[in-house]
Design a protein around this ligand. Structure first.
Ligand code: FES
Length: 68
């Protein structure tokens, strides 16, 4: 049975992935298997696609979750 992964869009911040996922290249090759991390959605991270905390100082604002 596959474990469920949770993806949470945090208010004024990153996309939090809770659980273990494969990071896959365009050709389907697994680059890395990673657990419990944050993806940048502000565009300011110097370590994309990972969040490096830059959203806190760049003025990024976004609601929690997906706007309706
Ligand atoms: S969301 Fe954290 S650096 Fe972009």
């Amino acid at each position: 049975m596959t474990e469920r992964v949770q993806i949470r869009l945090k208010e004024n911040g990153s996309i939090r992935v809770s659980g273990t996922v494969d990071i896959v290249a365009a050709d389907g090759t697994v680059i890395e298997t990673k657990s419990d991390f944050s993806l940048c959605r502000c565009g300011a991270s110097k370590d994309k696609p990972w969040c490096d905390g830059s959203h806190k100082s760049c003025g990024f604002t976004a609601p929690e979750g997906i706007p309706s």
